[in-house]
Write a protein that binds this ligand. Sequence first.
Ligand code: TEU
Length: 540
Amino acid sequence: MKWWQTAVIYQIYPRSFQDSDGDGIGDLKGIIQRLDYLEHLGITAIWLSPVYQSPNDDNGYDISDYQAIMTEFGTMDDMDELIRQAEERNIKIIMDLVVNHTSDEHKWFIESRKSKDNPYRDYYVWRDPVNGEVPNSLRSTFSGSAWEFDEASGQYFLHLFSKKQPDLNWENEKVRQEIWNMMNFWLDKGVGGFRMDVIDLVGKIPDQEITGNGPKLHDYLQEMNQETFGKHDVLTVGETWGATPEIAKLYSDPKRKELSMVFQFEHIGLDQQEGKEKWDLKPLRVSELKQILNKWQTTLGDEGWNSLFWNNHDLPRIVSRWGNDTTYHTESAKMFAIILHFMKGTPYIYQGEEIGMTNYPVSDISEINDIESVNMYHERLANGYKKEEIMASINSKGRDNARTPMQWNDTPNAGFTTGTPWLHINPNFSDINVAANLDNPDSILSCYRKLIQLRKDHPIVVWGEFELITDVPEQVFMYLRHYEGQTWAVVANFGEEKASLQLSDLGSSDDVIISNYERASADFDRLMLHPYEAFAVKIC
Ligand code: TEU
């Protein structure tokens, strides 16, 4: 048994969590001020989005110094204090490890671009033009070619993200050694692990246009494990967009000595048109969601461990995305919480999810900060798309939806800052905020607290075998968990219509563990579910 199997992780996007000095930008001292809140919530560890020195082309995912803190966020002393004060509350700090690329303002890249014979040249991926053009057709996730021409040396460098995020050359042993040293610097500070940004890209073979899951990927991760965290009791989670369960096992089979687990994104793509981009929307089919989550729940076995999440700083708010953020705001927010936290794996909560924070649609591109949305807007506009169409995509899928400041209370600027917030605050903060949730036993926050406590009190939540129930209407997601002779049933109605179930074999129970309506019992012989109703009940 590992501590991260029983854990609940809370993700903080520092820029938007809590500002302590009135500059409108969240910071480390602000996080320290909120540790009591996180302790009250009951979480085990914080995944901290990047806090390193960065020119913020991609809000900290473009790092110019891995061993210094972003000036706007504070100092290394603040960081040490955060680790210390979190530890006092038994909370671990998981660092974001962004090593597929650096900032173009990192000293390695500044050297690298100086000349072809600079000792750092080979730290990055440089190629000659082909027929006076880009070396090949690799594209950047943030629109356009992945190759940027450098006038001075007449070569192109690779950037799978922004032009200010040149890709590191992992084939160079020296690069890997630098990364191991940096990781050991953080491990020596006592951090609780790493969330590894786009780690599936580091084995790329650019000349063959192979980016994800390259042939050397797992050799590199085994080397990383051995050279760095292998000797420590930490959590490591890889961000792996292309993972199938078979691929996930390669990372997380304990025998292979790579990572603890990966984030898989198969369910995240379900409202995207086949073969198109995330901006090209289609409605979610609940049957597909059930089928994919069931596959992940049942195929990893002892060769892996699931991470469970609906949200992060790149994704729209789940209650707006697949729930109903107006009429059934509280019900649907709790439904997503309940159905997720009883699955087998480690749950991740993204800041604000625990109070049901929603998307914040905007009407003009000038209101958008996120580089991915902005670049896509210009590219699609040039390709003839209509403005309204593009804004509709950004409003449903854009990353700013998740990045609006945390809503603490109903005072001006939601208690996030006394200054001018770096990004607009969702005007619904007067209703949706932490203070309004705290003392209300029926709030969304109280539901999350209860789910976290149930996980601590009942081994079945962590270890129980998962069994999907298929004999239910399409909009109902239902499963059982089995552990040492006990069985719990978890039921969720993913819709605005009532739904009825008839599962006579399961009998009836008045041992309700948690519910988002006032439910005292469940008779599976004739069960009627309210819109977005979700509950867990002990069957035996
Ligand atoms: O995200 C990886 C990534 O591919 C995302 O850009 C993703 O495709 C998109 O946002 C979702 O549609 C990671 C980080 O989580 C993200 O914030 C960074 O921008 C990116 O890597 C580059 O470091």
